[in-house]
Design a protein around this ligand. Sequence first.
Ligand code: ARG
Length: 571
Amino acid sequence: MINFKQQIAETIYDEALGLSVEEIQGMLEIPADETMGDYAFPCFRLAKVLRMAPQKIAAGIAERIGGCELFAKVEQVNAYVNMFLSRERIAEEVISEIIREGDAYGRTDLGGGKTVIVEYSSPNIAKPFHIGHIRSTVIGNSIYKLYDAVGYHVIRINHLGDYGTQFGKMIVAYRKWGSEAELEKAPIQSLLGYYTKFHTEAEKDPSLDDEAREAFVKLEHGEPEETALWERFRELSLQEFNRVYDMLGISFDSYAGESFYSDKMPAILEEMKEKGLLVKSRGAQIVDLEPYGMTPAMITKSDGSSLYVTRDIAAAMYRKKTYDFYKNIYVVASQQNLHFKQWKKVLELMGYEWQEDCIHVPFGLVSLKDGTMSTRHGRVVFLEDVLNQAIEKTAEIMRDKNTPGVDIDEVAREVGIGAVIFQELSNNRIKDYVFDWDKVLNFDGETGPYVQYTHARACSVLRNAAEEDLAAIRAGNVDYSYLTGESANALIKMLYQVPEVIADAAAKYEPSILTRHLIDVAQKFNKFYHDEHILVDDPAEKRAKLALVLASKTVIANCLGLLGVKAPERM
Ligand code: ARG
């Protein structure tokens, strides 16, 4: 990885300054005002040690390093040494590194292969996979890719909501009103229908609730009939979920959901009892969290059955034992903030210091322009329908554009789905946002299609280049002095920052940091494309410009990949 700060620190280093290269590197600043240079070194701290005015120290350093070929210009301004990097040198280092590394550019090994778990998506079975689920699914997938890119070994877990008393209701409802033929035809719709009917009927006839409780107890005890039904519901739900995951290009290493932990519950309850944490409260068992300003965590119901938080405690312990994670990341809506706070506190009270490595990464709500979406309001918008609509709308736009050589069906899929994913990752994740088709599919806005289109444009320029020019570039035969213009330089600086931006996005669990930077890269590329004529007659100049196009294309494709978005070559 190129590191200009380090190169500068090595150049400034001098025994007499009494600072190590790392210390100097840490002191380097990037001036907000570009006319003050690319980097600045403040000399205040040195004044005491050297017993000299900081201005004088700055002047001395500026004079000493001024002639170095790393810089185009070095100036002393007050107590600062302001450094302007040589544009030719930046172009050379950055572009040659990108071309050398290809699809590995941006990746680092900061993580040293340590294990990180990313849990995401985690829908509830027998319930619709609706537009609201896109958030955890897509943000989680990108966080997985970011952690992979910075050198961690990542385990992707889908903590399916496949357990709980509602399955008792579902079983009873299915037996009363359901049929396998209906299930075959429209699994989730039918299950949802039975479930809704159960609730209306149970209001009139409360004995249904008792029946449901019984069915759930049987399920918990592994009775074959109830288990078979539950397994069928789970299998049908997974089939539906997987269709959507395939469309999004998303997969998991484990689908160990809530049910996976049911047999691990007794031992955990025993442990909590031994540690003196359980308190009886109206037949239920709770952990009192009042001293920490929280409502109690309910661990078992009065009938002894476990709860959501209990299963999450079991899951965390299982994951620690199985994977010995360095970090255990939960990408789950901010509506569950309290749940995760309580859960962490209980783990802490159990004496598990590693609870500090369990991280809840929350996000805000998505709503449709014409109202919110939720199962309770009965207005469910299936994610699959949204994706299909995105593909259809994109195909329409592309038919109008009528670009030759484009396989509309395939590209509309990549662009339509890419647009939805990109939009999802464009905003700071904690913010609520409104899903709006006009914004999602705008080819000129700060959108997925815009970035993809920029990539395709770069590909098209490269297709029109002669093979001998591309071969010369790959052989490193490039005169970078042609890339010192304003727009080329601005673009190259953006490309240079990519590895750092990726590391920052991973550290903050915030894919939008990368998305925003990528939009910037695309805008700078388009400015360069408009300002400069690329396929000029002069072979040296043409090759230099093509090298920058190739580097830009590589970086855009790599970054889109980390967001989980495809990079079509034509559109
Ligand atoms: N199934 C839950 C829901 O749909 C989300 C699960 C989140 N993950 C967890 N470990 N609690 O609300």
